[in-house]
Write a protein that binds this ligand. Structure first.
Ligand SMILES: NC(=O)C1=CN([C@@H]2O[C@H](COP(=O)(O)OP(=O)(O)OC[C@H]3O[C@@H](n4cnc5c(N)ncnc54)[C@H](OP(=O)(O)O)[C@@H]3O)[C@@H](O)[C@H]2O)C=CC1
Ligand SMILES: O=C(O)[C@@H]1CCC=N1
Length: 278
C-alpha cells in the first residue's frame, strides 16, 4: 500500500490504464490518489473516471501535476518532448518520474524537465492488465532507495520487475515490451491453422488458448528448458516432428530472432529520434 502519495498519469492510453488497473486491483492505492491527464481526449478521461473512480483534472491539469508525488509518463515517444516542456514549470525535483515511454532515455527526460528530479525508465507490457507484465526498469540520476521501493511497489502490482542497466532497455522493449504481440500473432496463426484442418473458429480458439496457457504454465512450474519440453512432445517420426520440420523449412527460428532484433533496433531508433544525444 502506498499511502499519502498522489500519482498523476501524463498520458491516459492503453498503458496508463493497464498500470492503474493493476494498482487498484491490488489495492496499492485508492482511486482518489490517482489523477489522469492527457492531451485533448476528454471522453477518454471520462471513461477512466467512470470505470475506475480515479480523478481527472480536465481544466487544471497543471494543478494535478503540481500536487503529484509521482508522475507516470505514458505518452508516445514522439509526444514526450512537448508533454514535458508543457508541464516542466509545474514540476519539482522532489517528485518522482516514472516513464513507460519506449526508447527515450532517462537523461533526455531529465534534460526536458530541466531539474534534478529522480527519473526511472521502465518497459512494461500490456499483460499488466491481468497482473502478468514483465517489466524492465533502469534508474536514472538522482534516484535513491526510497524511489526504487516506490517504483517496485507500483510495477510489482502489475507483474514481474527486472531492474537492469539502461543499455538493456531497448532489448527488453524488443523482447518483452512488444512480446505479447508476437504471441498473439502465433495464436492467430494457430487458430487459422486449426480452421484450415476443419475446426470451427470457436473450437480452434479454445484449444489454442488452452495449449498456450498449458505450455506457459509448464515452462514456469517445471523450470525445464523449453527444448527439453519440446522434445518430450516430439515422438520419433510422429506428428510433432512433421510439424516442427515444416516450421524449420520456413525458417521459424530465424524469423523470430530477427523479429526481436528488429524491434530492439526500432527502440534504439526511437531513442535516437526522440532523445537528446549525450
Ligand atoms: N502499448 C504497449 O504495449 C506498450 C506501450 N509502451 C509505451 O507506453 C507509451 C504509451 O503507449 P500507449 O498507452 O499504447 O499509447 P496511447 O496512444 O494509447 O496513449 C497515449 C496517451 O498520451 C497522451 N498524450 C499525447 N500527447 C500528450 C501530451 N503532450 N501531454 C499529455 N499527454 C499526451 C494521449 O492523449 P490524447 O489521446 O489526448 O492525445 C494518450 O492519452 C508509449 O511510449 C509506448 O512506447 C510501453 C510498453 C508496452
Ligand atoms: O510498439 C511499441 O512501440 C510499444 C513499445 C512496446 C510495446 N508497444
Amino acid at each position: 500500500m502506498i499511502e499519502n502519495k498522489k500519482i498523476c498519469f501524463v498520458g491516459a492510453g492503453a498503458m496508463a490504464e493497464a498500470i492503474l488497473s493493476g494498482l487498484l486491483d491490488h489495492k496499492i492505492v485508492k482511486p482518489g490518489q490517482i489523477t489522469v491527464t492527457n492531451k485533448e481526449d476528454r471522453f477518454r478521461l471520462d471513461e477512466l473516471v467512470y470505470n475506475f473512480g480515479v480523478v481527472a483534472d480536465r481544466t487544471q491539469t497543471y494543478s494535478s501535476i503540481q500536487q503529484a508525488d509521482i508522475l507516470i509518463l505514458a505518452m508516445k515517444p514522439k509526444d514526450i518532448e512537448k508533454a514535458l516542456l508543457d508541464i516542466r514549470e509545474w514540476t519539482r525535483p522532489d517528485q518522482l518520474f516514472l516513464s513507460v515511454v519506449a526508447g527515450v532515455s532517462t537523461a533526455t527526460i531529465s534534460h526536458f524537465l530541466g531539474h534534478a528530479a529522480p527519473v526511472i525508465r521502465t518497459m512494461p507490457n500490456t499483460s499488466a492488465i491481468v497482473g502478468l507484465s514483465a517489466t524492465g526498469m533502469c534508474l536514472g540520476d538522482h534516484v535513491r532507495d526510497e524511489h526504487v521501493r516506490l517504483a517496485r511497489t507500483i510495477f510489482e502490482s502489475i507483474g514481474l520487475v527486472f531492474i537492469t542497466e539502461e543499455e538493456k532497455l531497448d532489448a527488453i522493449t524488443g523482447l518483452s515490451g512488444s512480446g505479447p504481440a508476437y504471441v498473439y500473432y502465433l495464436v492467430e496463426a494457430m487458430i487459422k491453422g486449426g480452421m484450415d484442418v476443419g475446426l470451427s473458429y470457436e473450437d480452434a480458439r479454445k484449444l489454442t488458448l488452452q495449449t498456450v496457457l498449458g505450455a506457459a504454465t509448464m515452462l514456469s512450474e517445471t523450470g525445464e528448458d523449453p527444448a527439453v519440453l519440446r522434445e518430450k512432445v516430439t515422438s520419433p517420426n510422429g506428428t510433432t516432428a512433421r510439424g516442427l520440420d515444416t516450421l524449420r523449412s520456413y525458417q521459424f527460428e530465424q524469423a523470430v530472432r530477427e523479429c526481436i532484433r528488429q524491434a530492439t533496433q526500432r527502440s534504439k531508433e526511437l531513442g535516437q529520434m526522440f532523445s537528446i544525444q549525450k
